[in-house]
Structures are given as C-alpha cells and as structure tokens.
Design a protein around this ligand. Structure first.
Ligand code: MG
Length: 333
C-alpha cells in the first residue's frame, strides 16, 4: 500500500532549561510526519532525535523525508537508513494503529530536578503519591551530590526507591564511589555512570555491573536497535532504558528484550504528545518485565498544547489513547 507523505518541523522552547551532563538544552526540535492512504485514512508519527544520542539530526530526517518525494510504502520505509531510527519509528508508527494494551495503567517515576532543587521538589512528589523517583546526578560536584543523597532519601517514604542518572558524566573512580555509597540504600539502579564513548566503556560497565550489588542501567549506550541487540548478546544483567521514540524497529528489538527476560525502563525522549502517544502505546503493549515508566516529564513545553499526560504516579492507557495527533499536526505550520 502506498501512502501520501507530508512532514512538518517544530521548534519548541522547554518551560525550563533541561540540565543534563551533556549541558543545557533549551529548544526541542523535531518533525511530524503524516501519512494518508488511498482510502483517506490518516496516521501520524514524530521524529524527535535526542542530542547526545547518536548522530541523527532533525536536518537529516527532513532531508530524508524530502528524498522520499511525498510518498511512502513498506519497501521505501525499509530503505530509510538504520541510523535514522527516530524517523523510521515516526514513519512506521504513522503506518500502523496503536497496538492493543496489556495493562490499564502503569506506574511512573517522578523526575526530580538536578542538584539541591531535588530536596525542595521531593516532598510535593511524595505528597502526590509517587514512590519511584529519579534524580539527575553528575551535574554538580560529586562530593556535594554524594552528601545530598541521604538528605534526599530521608524525605522519601518507606518502600520508595530512587534512580540516579549520571548521563555518562562520571569517570570510573567517581562511579565506584557512587556504587559504594548506594549499596544498602534504596537505589533501584544507577543509570549510565560512564560515557558511551569513554575508552573501554563496555568492559568497564560490564565490570562495574558484576562488582557491586547495586544495579546499573544503560541509557546513552543504547542509541538504537543495534545497541540493544549488542548488549543483550553481551549478557547485560542490568536494566535497559528503552526510548521507543529512538527504536526504528521497536517490535523486533522489544521482542528480543522480552525473550531475554530483560528488565526494561520505558522512557521519554522528551518528545511531544504526538510521539508520546506512540511511545506509551508501545510500552503498554509490551509483555515483559517492566519497571516504573520514565515518563514523568510533563508539563515540559512553553506551549502546553504539545505536552503529553501530566506527570502522575500512575498513567492510564485511556489518557494515552485520548491524545489527539491531528491537533498537534494542525498546530504546527
Ligand atoms: Mg538517562
């Protein structure tokens, strides 16, 4: 079946600058695709590559859309380069309806701001009912952040757990200090302690994962489908942070993860509501061993029309289904 293809670019300022170990991030750029079949049925997708995750750019995605010449079928989709995983996801999801969900609702992790601001934010998240928390670390000096960890844990109710995301911002010695400190504390996992491009990173991550009782999670090490497959083949025992928005071949890759019994954290790529509908649809349909969703990110944009469902301790599939892609397409000229 051949579809008529259109695309529209968006540029959206974040409500507040996203601070990560990669540096400040102020403007979300991406593009929407719209496919129309001969019978008039319409589907939408979002390509939202993340700076620091591979080489895919919005410019490359747009050039590829133009090269497709306003039409798409299964054969031309299969020829879109694997390196453009976000665009492949956008096009594939515009071709297909949301998969059937296996759950009515899923737990969500609360995202805490980096640094001392986490201590101010945590009580309101606790009050809202969250029990899984995520704190961005490797943003300030390690000594300061290590000193804050127990203060932060002290604010959380019994039975809570916390995820620490270093975004690849530590060296091996600092990572070892954190793994020592996290032992015996309610730390669910430490995410991406070492940079993907650090010399010997794979061996070092495998070593740390075996040497400490605290689990590790891979995020930046998993740019796309090929990375996930490689780490499964390496026998990675930690968590996999899966951003469906970046998985061009999500069905195949997630099938491999469930077959491997992997623990998966479905996470936002800070996409808009249009892409989030797809990403969350994939998460709700996945049969494997999942943990709280990493989708506690909204409100995210100055223009609130582009937000996904507001962060809450549980996300209902009904709220995902209700997101209307045509509204965002029409709002983006
Ligand atoms: Mg991360």
């Amino acid at each position: 079946m051949e579809f008529r293809l259109e695309h529209r670019r968006y540029q959206l300022p974040f409500r507040s600058t996203v601070r990560t170990a990669h540096g400040p991030w102020e403007l979300r750029q991406g593009l929407y695709v719209r496919l129309e079949a001969a019978d008039g049925s319409v589907g939408f997708g979002e390509a939202s590559p993340v700076p620091g995750f591979g080489d895919e750019t919005v410019e490359a995605d747009e050039a590829q859309c133009l090269a497709l010449g306003g039409k798409l079928d299964a054969a031309s989709l299969s020829r879109v380069p694997r390196a453009l995983g976000a665009l492949r996801r956008a096009l594939a999801s515009a071709m297909n309806p949301l998969p059937l969900p296996l759950h009515k609702s899923l737990a969500v992790a609360a995202l805490l701001p980096a640094g001392r601001a986490a201590l101010l934010s945590a009580p309101e998240k606790v009050e809202a009912g969250f029990r899984v928390f995520k704190w961005k670390v490797a943003v300030e000096a390690a000594d300061d952040e290590l000193a804050m960890l127990d203060d932060l844990i002290a604010l959380l109710p019994h039975g809570s757990s916390i995820r620490l995301d270093a975004n690849g911002g530590w060296n091996l010695r600092t990572a070892e200090r954190w793994l020592d400190r996290a032992s015996g504390r309610p730390v669910e996992f430490i995410e991406q302690p070492l940079a993907r491009d650090m010399k010997g990173a794979e061996d070092a991550l495998m070593g740390l994962s075996g040497d400490y009782p605290v689990a590790l999670a891979l995020d930046e090490s998993l740019v796309g489908d090929a990375d996930v497959s490689r780490w499964i083949d390496l026998g990675w025992k930690g968590f996999f942070v899966a951003k469906p928005a970046l998985l061009g071949d999500a069905a195949q890759t997630l099938g491999r993860l469930s077959a491997a019994g992997a623990r998966v954290v479905f996470s936002s790529a800070l996409e808009t509501g249009l892409g989030a509908r797809v990403s969350l649809g994939i998460a709700f349909a996945w049969p494997g061993n999942r943990c709280a969703l990493g989708f506690g990110v909204w409100p995210l944009f100055v223009d609130a029309r582009y937000d996904g469902p507001a962060a809450a301790p549980f996300l209902r599939f009904d709220d995902v289904k209700r997101l209307d892609p045509s509204t965002l397409w029409n709002a983006t000229i």
